[in-house]
Write a protein that binds this ligand. Structure first.
Ligand SMILES: [Zn+2]
Length: 599
């Protein structure tokens, strides 16, 4: 996945002192071998955040955050993995070469950099038009912004601009800045004429107010453009997909709002540019705009870096309603905690704040309904609760949603509420649930959700022996060596533990460190990573001198279990061979079986 060579990552981890790193963000207090601190990732009054220098890991017993120095930087600095490695490498004075050094990816990276640069030049160009252009040419845009109550400060803050009502203003500007036509074509800022006779291209955005869209790191990826002329068919047009912009990957405003999202531990999802800008200017900064479509799994994963709590705030025109409803199920599937605040028809966050002010807006968001209440209320308007068919329809709809809730205690409280609210008994609910579960495989999930989802094989837990084993081998290489000599990954009952043990053996065989920090780096599955960190950070409760025996016992139990499993497999093979009358296979199976009994 990452383009950074493995050995560089190892060196970066070796050269980084995790206590020093984390200590530069939050004060650490010594506690025996470890350090304790107030968790930087959730609000707490008593420290449950532990840094373990000899294992080079951190773990929060409060919110479950944990990992090595790189994962800390990912979370704290909101970087992706390669960025975090580069960040730490720079601190440690390690040079990071690119692994994907083939000509193609080099070229692709260079192109992306140039498109970013062209976008940045366009942002400045549009902005300068609006702020410094002649009134005769720009007046119409300034007038529009005045009617939307956006003053010059707001224009500057969000880099709002204006594209002249001309065919090649931007194109010429970019040329004088040294961008060649290949870059300009790739930027999506121009439209290329298709017909052969009139070759060439013209500015895509003409006579529009320009809202630049930045990625979460603040790089300009695209534009949203608001028409000012009545005869423009589309009120808003957007940049097409380009080497730096994929639809449904970004959220408008995240670059400005991300710190507030983490601070408030909640994101308010709104639709449009102004729905973002207005609350933000009024001091409600934990907002992001979906740009009028349903949230995608990519967007939700982006949000999840900052918070799991989402309040959907949509105006209740039909488009808003359906975008909100489509988003809800995806949010649940991505294990987000969702609330819904529906504004009155015709009202949006922009108009709401202008009319009632930020305080009322905040209260409105605080009083948002749970997804459960929201959906139930809507269904009660649609169906007749007093009729049996009506209740059945509501029940089915609600259960389909509840089945997507991952948290079992939330799920059961919803089921309880549903029972009392529809006055049905638990058997009726269970029968309907079974119906839904039976039908489920017939409804495939969208392809992107399937390929990006967590590895289902890894979403299982560990048996207690597996946990002990992994704790031992991560703690000290001598236990790992011992385990390597005595058991196979295949001896373990669980798929997840098998993968971890195999990875640890892999590191060991290459002569590398297999502590928790290194081991966690072998897996992309967030659930598994957390689990490993939790195991490694568990306080050492073993009485001194008992470790050798405890480890031996643990290995023996695993070995015995593994052998028992294998014996059963061989017995089955022998039975099969006897049945088929294959003497040669039978002889081989018996021989191996005897071998197994001896060993
Ligand atoms: Zn925490």
């Amino acid at each position: 996945m990452s383009l950074i060579p493995e050995e560089i990552i190892t060196r970066v981890l070796e050269r980084t002192d995790i206590a020093e790193l984390i200590g530069s963000y939050t004060p650490l207090k010594r506690a025996g071998k470890n350090y304790k601190a107030l968790c930087p990732f959730h609000n707490e009054k008593t420290p449950s955040f532990v840094v373990t220098p000899d294992k080079q890991i951190f773990h929060c017993f409060g919110c479950g955050a944990g990992g090595n120095a790189i994962s800390f930087v990912v979370k704290q600095e909101r970087m992706d993995f390669p960025e975090a490695v580069r960040f730490l490498a720079a601190k440690a004075g390690i040079e990071v070469p690119e692994k994907g050094r083939d000509a193609d990816s080099q070229k692709q990276n260079a192109l992306r950099d140039m498109v970013f640069a062209a976008n940045a030049a366009a942002v400045e160009y549009f902005h300068a038009n609006l702020v410094g252009g002649r009134e005769k040419e720009v007046g119409v845009a300034r007038e529009y912004l005045k009617t939307r109550k956006l003053n010059l400060d707001a224009v500057k803050r969000f880099k709002i601009g204006y594209s002249y009502d001309a065919w090649d203003g931007l194109t010429r500007h970019l040329r004088t800045k040294g961008f060649d036509s290949a870059i300009i074509d790739n930027s999506g800022l121009v439209v290329t004429r298709a017909d052969g006779a009139k070759k060439g291209s013209y500015d895509r955005f003409r006579g529009r107010v320009m809202f630049p869209i930045f990625d979460y790191r603040g790089r300009p990826v695209a534009f949203g453009a608001r028409a000012l002329k009545k005869d423009d068919k589309a009120k808003y047009i957007n940049s097409p997909e380009t080497p730096v912009y994929t639809k449904g990957r970004h959220l408008y405003g995240l670059n400005w709002a991300k710190d507030a999202l983490a601070r408030e531990d909640r994101v308010i999802i709104v639709e449009g540019y102004l729905d973002f800008i207005r609350p933000f200017l009024a001091g409600v900064e934990n907002v992001a705009a979906s740009q009028g479509t349903a949230l995608t799994p990519d967007q939700i994963r982006l949000l999840r870096r900052y918070t799991r709590n989402v309040t959907m705030l949509f105006d209740m025109d039909p488009a808003g309603q359906s975008a909100a409803l489509r988003s809800l199920d995806i949010l649940l599937e991505e294990e987000m905690d969702v609330k819904v605040a529906a504004l009155a028809d015709g009202e949006d966050p922009d108009s709401f704040i202008q009319k009632f002010g930020a305080e009322d807006f905040r209260r409105y968001v605080r009083e948002a309904k749970s997804l459960f209440e929201f959906k139930l209320e809507r269904l009660k308007l649609e169906f007749d609760v007093r009729a049996a068919e009506g209740r059945g329809a509501i029940l089915r709809e609600m259960l389909t949603t509840i089945e997507k809730v991952a948290n079992t205690s939330v799920k059961s409280s919803y089921l309880k509420e549903l029972r009392s609210s529809l006055s049905v008994n638990e058997y009726e609910i269970e029968a309907e649930r079974q119906n839904i579960l039976k039908k489920r495989p017939a409804l495939p999930r969208p392809a992107d959700a399937r390929t990006n989802g967590p590895d289902p094989a890894l979403s299982v837990g560990f048996s207690s022996d597996e946990e002990w084993l992994l704790r031992f081998i991560m703690a000290d290489a001598r236990w790992l060596k011992e385990a390597r000599a005595q058991i196979d990954p295949g001896d373990l009952p669980g798929e997840a533990a098998r993968k971890v043990l195999a990875a640890a053996y892999g590191l060991f065989d290459e002569g590398r460190e297999a502590g928790p920090a290194a081991l966690v780096g072998e897996f992309a599955d967030e659930g598994l990573r957390r689990k490993l960190m939790a195991i490694a950070s568990e306080p050492d409760t073993m009485a001194p001198g008992t470790a050798v025996k405890a480890f031996g016992d643990c290995l023996k139990r695993i070995r015995d279990r593994g052998r028992k499993g294998k014996r059963e497999q061989w017995r089955e093979k022998i039975r099969q061979a006897e049945k088929s009358g294959d003497h040669e296979a039978l002889r081989r199976a018996q021989e191996e079986f005897n071998q197994l009994l001896k060993g």
